[in-house]
Design a protein around this ligand. Structure first.
Ligand code: ISE
Length: 352
């Protein structure tokens, strides 16, 4: 391996992708690859359920279907791996793909624990090959992108606070706990606020209101950054009315809001309404496409995307989440104590 950071081996041929996991996100990615990803082919769909992998492979015209993820990663007819299996499998599969020298697009979170994230970080930096792109797709959303750009242009003045709302219609099941609202759902906000503001978290406080039923209650988080800003995040996995993500960045001279475009507005019975999507896929459809195209471009050019998150970013989100879970359990403000960023990732950032 070796070589300067930022250089993957450039390729000229169609990239044959294996999608691991045929659940909601695996299905979404398989469709994107099959329908809208020039330069890539859906080679294999893999899932522990033979029926699910076969049915998704058939629907999307994949060459093959499989049930053994590690065997798929080793296949000679697989050039790159898209990991969309359950959260607890991400780190091991990422390590297997990187060890096989294959570029990976891994759904968030990178791992269920910060320690496991560090294993990926350590391997990648030891090999000096930026092989992993992490699926924090919001970085490719037009609205967040503009927020970051506005800050860079400096017209808004110094950023002070970022307010974030993340609401799902209903949590995926009774197994989805408040801890998972922090480690799984809020990982998007941990990443995007850190990306927009360009600084690290120093502390987090988390609390939760009481619901009238036994559904998972919202979690409210307040984070402080190394640059003296406040970031608050509401995650409400049982918001009932629709999928709704909002954000406002308050600066000294003004503020920037996300605008979620809805395709139409309905006027009826003396009322005007816009509809919410049922989940995140329509809201971030374009971001997923741009993210996946950026991944293919990175493989082709040998240069990681300047926008996309990498393994280190995955660790940063995970360490904030772990501190958040502790804060919720202990009822106190908890310091976010990060390892030092490996020189490899610092150099990657400087080269971008
Ligand atoms: C879910 O876990 C996701 O991964 C989606 O990207 C996010 O938008 C959604 O709200 C989460 O619950």
């Amino acid at each position: 391996m070796g070589g300067a950071p930022g250089h993957l081996a450039p390729r000229e041929m169609t990239i044959r992708i294996a999608v691991i996991g045929a659940g909601i996100m695996g299905t979404d990615h398989a469709r994107i690859i099959a329908e809208d990803l020039p330069g890539a082919t859906l080679q294999v769909v893999c899932d522990i359920s033979e029926e699910q992998s076969r049915s998704l492979a058939d629907e999307c015209g994949a060459v093959d279907s499989e049930t053994d993820a590690n065997a798929v990663i080793e296949r000679e007819d697989v050039d790159a791996v898209l990991i969309a299996s359950t959260d607890d499998t991400h780190a091991d599969l990422a390590i297997a793909s990187i060890s096989a020298g294959k570029p990976v697009l891994c759904e968030k979170p990178l791992a269920s624990t910060a320690r496991d994230c560090l294993q990926v970080v350590t391997l990648e930096s030891r090999l000096e090959q930026p092989l992993l792109q992490l699926g924090f797709m919001r970085r490719f959303d037009k609205s967040y992108h503009e927020m970051r750009q506005t800050l860079e242009e400096g017209v808004m003045g110094r950023p002070l606070m970022m307010h974030n709302f993340h609401r799902n219609v209903v949590s995926p099941g009774s197994w989805f706990t408040s801890d998972m609202a922090i480690t799984n759902s809020a990982s998007h906000e941990f990443d995007i606020a850190r990306y927009v503001l360009g600084c690290e978290y120093t502390s987090i406080s988390v609390s939760t209101p009481r619901r009238s039923d036994d559904q998972a209650a919202p979690v409210m988080m307040v984070l402080e950054t190394s640059d003296g800003q406040l970031v608050n995040i509401e995650v409400n996995n049982n918001a009932a009315y629709g999928y709704d993500v909002r954000s406002e960045l308050v600066c000294e001279k003004g503020s920037v809001h996300l605008i979620s475009e809805s395709a139409a507005r309905y006027d009826l019975d003396f009322q005007s309404t816009e509809r919410y999507p049922a989940d995140w896929r329509p809201r971030f459809a374009e971001a997923y496409r741009l993210q996946n195209k950026a991944w293919i471009n990175a493989i082709n050019t040998g240069q990681p995307s300047k926008i996309a998150a990498n393994s280190w970013d995955g660790y940063c989100a995970a360490i904030a989440a772990e501190a958040g879970v502790r804060s919720l359990t202990e009822g106190t403000r908890v310091a976010v104590e990060m390892e030092e960023e490996p020189a490899f990732y610092r150099l990657l950032k400087e080269a971008a």
